[in-house]
Design a binder for this molecule. Structure first.
Ligand SMILES: [Fe+2]
Ligand SMILES: [Fe+2]
Length: 166
């Protein structure tokens, strides 16, 4: 892949990924303000931007491998976020006294560790035919197996904040 094209794909992938998440957040806001139809549009466009992002990722060399490779990469990324990336962000938020940001970064760091643990588990029993439901805390991103806990172990959110992954 020529250098500029490779760089442009990465740039477009990052931009479309951000737009997708941003539109999803806009949709939630629109819902909370009673604009159901606008929320639906934000969700539709969010889905569309994520189609773009996925398309670029598929075109970028070596970004998607076999499931075995992908799960190993996903595991490594969680570890890196947990031990390298978030600690730096946490320190800087703390230095600047930004309490809410510090809390968000700290909870994310803990949650990334949990994500790594789940990937590790999946690597170990990829071929086992164990079926598990996953519930995601909509406040901090903690992932629970089999059922939603009464309270999130990372952020303390109540059971109702957990969403079943279908
Ligand atoms: Fe994660
Ligand atoms: Fe949580």
């Amino acid at each position: 892949m020529p250098e500029k094209t490779e760089k442009n794909l990465a740039y477009a992938f990052a931009g479309e990924s951000k737009a997708s998440v941003r539109n999803e957040a806009f949709a939630k806001k629109a819902d909370s303000e009673g604009y159901t139809q606008v929320a639906r549009l934000f969700r539709a466009i969010s889905g569309a931007e994520s189609v773009h992002a996925r398309r670029y990722l598929l075109l970028m060399r070596g970004k998607i491998g076999s499931t075995e490779e992908n799960i190993e990469r996903a595991f490594q990324n969680e570890i890196k976020a947990n031990v390298e990336e978030y600690p730096k962000l946490i320190k800087e938020a703390s230095d600047e006294g930004k309490e809410r940001v510090l809390k968000a970064f700290s909870q994310s760091r803990d949650v990334e560790n949990r994500h790594a643990e789940l990937y590790k588990k999946a690597m170990n029993d990829m071929l086992a035919d164990r079926e598990t439901d996953y519930y995601v805390c909509q406040v901090c991103g903690y992932v629970s197996e089999d059922e939603a806990p009464d309270h999130c172990p990372v952020c303390g959110a109540v059971k109702g904040k957990f969403k079943l992954v279908t």
